[in-house]
Design a protein around this ligand. Structure first.
Ligand code: 5MY
Ligand code: ATP
Length: 632
C-alpha cells in the first residue's frame, strides 16, 4: 500500500522544521547516534512497516510521522505516553541531515490493511486514526537519519531467558518489563566451536580462514544469485541480506500475516557473554560442544514471540502453542534423478534420513512421522502425522504453555514418548482441555489437527517446497555453472548420462541456471522452517475475535488460534555442495540398510526352511519371508 503522493504544504514544512529545531533545542539530538539509512540497525522499534519501502513512525495514536525509504521495521507495542517519549528521543534532524522533501500528506483510511497483520494495538490504532481521519505526514528521508539505536547491555542480560536453540541460533524470551521487548524473543547467532563438525559447514564458509568473516557479506556468487531481488544482492552484510530475504522473498510466499522478519537490535559483547553464561546449564550438552554464542556478532534479531498472544492471555487464562517442523512433504519426480537413486521417488527423504541419523547415533529410534501425511491436505492424514509426532517428537514437535516448554526437547530433540512423559503431559492439559483423565491428550491432538487443517497454511508451504522441481541431482549442475567451476556431479557420472540429460542443464543460459538454484534454495528454507500454532480459549459469545477460531466438538470448547512460520533463514549458496553429498549419503545408507535387512531376513527364512522344508515352498528369499510372516 502506497500513500497517495501529495506535496507538503509550506505550513506543514515549516511545522516540521520547527519540530526538528525543538528537538535540537532540547539537546535531544546529542543523545542520538548517527547511522546510515540503509542500515536496518537504525531500528529503534518505534515504527510500523507499511510495505517493503515505507515505514510510519508514530508520534501518538493521533499523529503519525515519517515513512523511510528502503528501511523496514516492525511496530513495537507501547502505550501512548511512551510513544510520545519514544518519538522525542528517537527522531531528530539537524542541518546536516538531508531531508529530501519528497513529502506527502495522506489520510490513514487505507492504512488499516497494513496493520491487520500486527497486534491488536496496531489495529486499534489504525481504527481510531481512521475514525478521526487525521492527515498523516509522511516524509521519505534520504541519506542520513538520526535514530537512537537500542543497545542491549550487560545490565539487560538477566531479563532474557533460554527458550530454545537450533543448529544456528539461540533463542531467548523476555522476562522483563520494557514495553519494547514484552512479547518478543531475541534470536542470537551462534558460532561453531573449533573442531566441531559444524565448523566445516558451508554456513560458516569452510574455505574461509576466519569462520566469522564469512558472515559479514554475501559472496560474489550470492550477490549475482539474488541481484534481481530488491536490494538483496547489494546488501552491505549477510545479516541485512537475510532480513531482506525474509521480507522480500519468504513473506510474500507464505503470507505476511504468518511471518515476522524481526528487527535488528545491537547487543554489546558483555551482554552476549553474560547471556551465554546464564543459559549454559539449560542448553543440551551436545549443542554446547558444537557451538557457542558468536562473540563477534554485535546484533541480534528481535522477533514476536509466536508462542503467546500479543495482548497476553484473556482474563488470566492460558495460551498453549505447538511447534512443528514439518520437513519435506512431497516425493521428487525429477528426470534428473539417476536410476541408482530412483528410490527417492518412492520413499520420503525424511524416512531415509532417519536411517542415516540412526546409523550415526543422532537418534535412538526412528520416527513413524511421515511429512507426506502432514502436508497431504487430508485431515485424517494430518491427524496421523500429529499423533506420530507426539509419539516420537525428535526436533519436529514441541508444546509450550504460556511460553514454557511442556513437551518435547528443550534446545534439541526428544526420544520416544514414554508412559511417564505421556501421563505428565495428560496432567498438564487439565487446565487446557475439559475432558476426563486419559482423554485430554487425544482431544488436544485433535484440536491441533483441526487448526492445522483449517489454516490452509501447509498447502501454501507445500507450494513453496515444490519450487524444487529439479531435485538436487538436477540443481547441482546449474550450481556449478553459476559458480563457474567444473561440475563435480558430472565427474561422478558415466559418459552416456553426460551426453544426455545433464548436458541439457549445462547448456542453459545463465539466467536459467540462476533461477534453478534460487528456487532450490528458497525451497530448502521451506523444507527446514518451523511453524507455531498458538491457542487460547475463546470467551463464550465472543464473535468479534480478530483471530481464527476452532471448535473442539468433543469437549465443546472454542479456541482462538494463530499460526506463524519461523526459522526462515536464507541457505548459503555454497551449501548446494553439501546438499548433493548429503543426498547421496542418505540414499546410500538407506539402500544398504534395506539390503542388510533383507539379507538377515532371507537368512532367517532359509534357516527356517532348512529346519522344516514342508512349511515354505517358495524359492525367492523375499517370497519366503512373506510366506513365513503370514504363517506366523
Ligand atoms: O538437511 P536436514 O534436512 O538435516 O536439515 C537440517 C536440520 O536437520 P534436521 O534433519 O531437521 O534435524 C538442522 O536442524 P538440527 O540442527 O538438527 O536441529 C538445521 O535446521 C539445518 O539448517 P541450518 O544448517 O541450521 O541452516 C538443516 O539443514 P538444511 O538442509 O535445511 O540446510
Ligand atoms: N519467534 C519465535 N517465537 C517463539 N519461539 C521461537 C521463535 N523463534 C524460535 N523459537 C524457539 O527457539 C527454537 C530455536 O529457534 P530456531 O529454529 O530459529 O533456531 P535455528 O538455530 O535457526 O534452527 P535450525 O537448527 O533449524 O537452523 C525453536 O525451536 C523455537 O522453540
Amino acid at each position: 500500500m502506497h500513500p497517495p503522493s501529495t506535496n507538503l504544504s509550506n505550513v506543514e514544512l515549516v511545522g516540521l522544521l520547527i519540530f526538528a529545531g525543538f528537538l535540537r533545542f532540547c539537546g535531544l539530538g546529542s543523545k542520538i547516534e548517527r547511522r546510515k539509512l540503509d542500515d536496518p540497525a537504525v531500528s529503534t522499534g518505534w515504527a510500523s512497516a507499511i510495505n517493503n519501502q515505507e515505514l510510519l513512525f508514530w508520534i501518538s495514536p493521533r499523529c503519525c510521522l515519517v515513512a523511510f525509504d528502503n528501511y523496514v521495521l516492525n511496530f513495537v507495542e507501547i502505550d501512548n505516553q511512551l510513544l510520545d517519549e519514544a518519538l522525542i528521543s528517537n527522531i531528530g534532524c539537524n542541518d546536516t541531515c538531508n531531508l529530501q522533501m519528497q513529502s506527502r500528506i495522506y489520510t490513514p483510511a487505507p492504512s488499516i490493511d497494513a496493520f491487520t497483520s500486527g497486534s491488536d494495538y496496531q489495529r486499534n490504532l489504525a481504527t481510531e486514526s481512521s475514525k478521526q481521519r487525521h492527515s498523516f505526514l509522511c516524509l521519505s528521508l534520504h541519506l542520513y537519519v538520526y535514530g537512537m539505536a537500542v543497545v542491549l547491555e550487560k545490565k539487560d542480560a538477566g531479563d532474557w531467558i533460554y527458550r530454545g536453540e537450533g543448529a544456528a541460533n539461540i533463542v531467548l524470551s523476555y522476562n522483563g518489563s520494557s514495553p519494547a521487548f514484552v512479547g518478543k524473543v531475541l534470536r542470537i547467532q551462534k558460532a561453531p566451536r573449533n573442531g566441531s563438525p559444524r565448523c566445516e559447514s558451508p554456513r560458516y564458509g569452510s574455505d574461509n580462514e576466519d569462520n566469522h568473516s564469512a558472515e559479514l557479506a554475501l559472496t560474489t556468487d550470492e550477490c549475482l544469485l539474488w541481484k534481481e531481488i530488491e536490494d538483496l544482492g547489494s546488501a552491505p552484510s549477510r545479516e541485512i541480506a537475510e532480513q531482506l530475504y525474509v521480507q522480500h522473498i519468504i513473506t510474500p510466499l507464505l503470507g505476511s500475516e504468518h511471518v515476522d522478519a524481526g528487527i535488528r537490535v545491537h547487543v554489546s559483547s558483555e551482554f552476549l557473554e553474560l547471556v551465554e553464561k546464564n543459559v549454559l546449564c539449560q542448553r543440551p550438552s551436545w549443542r554446547v560442544d558444537a557451538a557457542k554464542v558468536n562473540p563477534l556478532c554485535d546484533y541480534a534479531l528481535l522477533i514476536s514471540d509466536h508462542s503467546i498472544f500479543p495482548q497476553g492471555n484473556l482474563k488470566g487464562k492460558f495460551s498453549i502453542s505447538v511447534e512443528i517442523k514439518p520437513k519435506c512433504g512431497f516425493l521428487p519426480d525429477s528426470r534428473f534423478i539417476s536410476e541408482e537413486n530412483a528410490i527417492k521417488k518412492r520413499i520420503t527423504r525424511f524416512k531415509m534420513h532417519q536411517s542415516l541419523k540412526l546409523h550415526q547415533r543422532e537418534i535412538s529410534d526412528t520416527s513413524e512421522y511421515d511429512p507426506l501425511d502432514m502436508l497431504s491436505g487430508s485431515k485424517e492424514r494430518v491427524h496421523k502425522a500429529i499423533t506420530a509426532l507426539f509419539c516420537t517428537p525428535q526436533n519436529n514437535f514441541r508444546v509450550f504453555l504460556n511460553g514454557s516448554l511442556i513437551f518435547g526437547g528443550l534446545g534439541g530433540g526428544a526420544d520416544i514418548t514414554s508412559c511417564m512423559i505421556g501421563n505428565a503431559f495428560e496432567d498438564v492439559l487439565k487446565c487446557v482441555i475439559q475432558a476426563d483423565d486419559g482423554l485430554r491428550t487425544t482431544n488436544f491432538l485433535q484440536l491441533v489437527t483441526e487448526a492445522v487443517s483449517g489454516s490452509g497454511l501447509l498447502d501454501r508451504l507445500l507450494e513453496v517446497q515444490k519450487l524444487d522441481i529439479f531435485d538436487i541431482e538436477g540443481a547441482i549442475h546449474a550450481y556449478y555453472d553459476v559458480v563457474s567451476q567444473p561440475c563435480i556431479a558430472c565427474r561422478d557420472l558415466g559418459e552416456d548420462q553426460l551426453s544426455g540429460r545433464y548436458a541439457y542443464l549445462h547448456s542453459m543460459p545463465l539466467d536459467k541456471s540462476l533461477k534453478i538454484v534460487r528456487d532450490y534454495l528458497i525451497a530448502a528454507t521451506a523444507k527446514d522452517l518451523s511453524m507455531m500454532i498458538s491457542f487460547r480459549p475463546r470467551e463464550d459469545g465472543d464473535v468479534e475475535s480478530s483471530y481464527s477460531g476452532v471448535f473442539l466438538e468433543t469437549t465443546n470448547q472454542s479456541f482462538d488460534y494463530k499460526a506463524s512460520f519461523f526459522d526462515l533463514d536464507m541457505k548459503p549458496l555454497k551449501k548446494m555442495e553439501h546438499y548433493y553429498e548429503l543426498d547421496q549419503q542418505i540414499v546410500s545408507c538407506y539402500t544398504q540398510m534395506v539390503k542388510r535387512k533383507n539379507k538377515v531376513e532371507n537368512a532367517a527364512t532359509i534357516d527356517a526352511y532348512a529346519r522344516d522344508p514342508t512349511e515354505n515352498r517358495c524359492v525367492s528369499g523375499y517370497t519366503l519371508f512373506k510366506v513365513q510372516a503370514e504363517s506366523s
